[in-house]
Structure formats: structure tokens, C-alpha cells
Design a binder for this molecule. Structure first.
Ligand SMILES: C[S@@+](CC[C@H](N)C(=O)[O-])C[C@H]1O[C@@H](n2cnc3c(N)ncnc32)[C@H](O)[C@@H]1O
Length: 202
């Protein structure tokens, strides 16, 4: 695979295609225009379920229109904040976040660090063993850096025996290229794996 024609969103979709199975229950925590929801709905198939959250009615109705146009019937749309996802779903194989604002919508409404961190923790609390949380992290421009900084600090603080966090960056691209991160819930506690460790920087 080459990276030159990729971005955070394409990396996330490749990850979904590789890891989401037919029959899974998954969550789209930021429905937006419904493009991720549609892909998830197709991947889990008619035996699977998708729960899709958004705080904006415009996003919920956009997503509904897209799903209807594609005849998808396995999605429950929830007009509420993703930090309350445990009130709606008990267990999920994957939880997908695409932070930021609604494409083509109001740029002053975007995900915020406090609810984003609570939502990541809520997602981890209902994640199946071997499941994953995927995060596309947008920053700079209208959304600033506060959420980016808070999410990265939080990801770094997650307990290594319980979770593995992989962060991908288009490191030499200009103008705040979005980041892609995956949190895996470890099936085998990482403490049991032969991980190398080095002295910390003084
Ligand atoms: C970048 S868009 C998502 C794009 C979408 N996945 C798609 O495929 O079109 C981010 C969305 O997150 C939503 N959002 C922001 N804060 C939220 C929250 N606390 N709970 C749920 N959705 C939120 C915004 O309303 C916006 O629609």
C-alpha cells in the first residue's frame, strides 16, 4: 500500500474493511452526513446493527436520507451526544469517531474536548474484547488545537496492558493534516507479551 493518495479518513475506512465483520454491532459516534454510517451499515450487513449519534438534527436527517437512498435498514439514529452512548448500547465491536464539524454545516458547532474524552471512555467501557475504537482527529482552523491536545494526552494515558494505541500522522504534510488513531482492547493483556522497553528520556 502507498500513503501518498491516502488521508486519515481513507486509513479509517481501510481499517473498518479489514476488521469489521458481518453480524457485528458497531457505533458511529459522529454521524455527520452519514458516509461512515453507510459504510459501517454495509460492512455489518443485514444481520448486524449500527447505532449512529449526532447532536445536530441536520446531521441526523442527512444521514437518514443517505441511508434511505441506499436501502439500508440496520441503523438506529440517535439525536444525542456521544458521551451518553452507554445509555443506548450495551456492547459494540467497534466505535468510530470522526471529530470536528458537520461538512457543509455550521463551523461553530464542533466536538469539544470534555465530551470527546467522556465519549472515548464510554466507548471503551462497552467495547468487546478484541474490538477497536477508531478516531479521525481534525485540528487547526475553526476547531483549534484544544481537542487535539486533550485527546492525544488521553490516548497516551491509557493503560498499556489493557489497550494498544496506534497513532498515524502524515508527518510532513502542511496545514494540520488530520490524524488517525486506533485503540485496540487487548485480547491478551500486553503485560504478557514480550514488549521491549527503554529508559525514559531524562
Ligand atoms: C466531521 S463530522 C462527521 C462526518 C461524518 N462521519 C460523515 O461521514 O459525514 C463531525 C460530526 O460530529 C458531530 N458532533 C459534534 N459533537 C458531538 C457530540 N458531542 N456527540 C455527537 N456528535 C457530535 C457534529 O455535529 C458533526 O456532524
Amino acid at each position: 500500500m502507498n500513503y501518498f493518495d491516502k488521508n486519515a479518513l481513507k486509513l479509517s475506512h481501510a481499517h473498518f474493511r479489514a476488521h469489521i465483520k458481518e453480524g457485528d454491532t458497531v457505533i458511529d459516534a459522529t454521524a455527520g452526513r452519514g458516509r461512515d454510517t453507510l459504510l459501517l451499515s454495509t460492512l455489518v450487513g443485514d444481520r448486524g446493527k449500527v447505532f449512529a449519534f449526532d447532536i445536530q438534527e441536520e446531521a441526523i436527517s442527512s444521514t437518514r436520507t443517505l441511508l434511505t437512498a441506499h436501502g439500508r435498514k440496520n441503523v438506529t439514529l440517535i439525536h444525542d451526544s456521544h458521551h451518553k452512548l452507554c445509555s443506548y448500547v450495551n456492547e459494540a465491536a467497534a466505535v468510530v469517531f470522526n471529530f470536528g464539524f458537520l461538512p457543509g454545516g455550521d463551523h461553530s458547532v464542533f466536538s469539544r474536548p470534555d465530551t470527546s474524552i467522556k465519549a472515548i471512555d464510554a466507548a471503551l467501557s462497552i467495547l468487546k474484547e478484541d474490538g477497536f475504537v477508531s478516531l479521525c482527529i481534525y485540528y487547526g482552523g475553526d476547531t483549534g488545537f484544544e481537542e487535539h491536545d486533550a485527546i492525544l494526552a488521553h490516548l497516551q494515558s491509557l493503560d498499556p496492558p489493557k489497550y494498544t494505541v496506534m497513532l498515524q500522522s502524515f508527518f510532513n504534510r502542511k496545514n494540520c493534516p488530520p490524524l488517525f488513531a486506533i485503540i485496540e482492547k487487548n485480547r491478551v493483556p500486553a503485560a504478557c507479551l514480550p514488549l521491549r522497553s527503554f529508559r525514559a528520556r531524562p
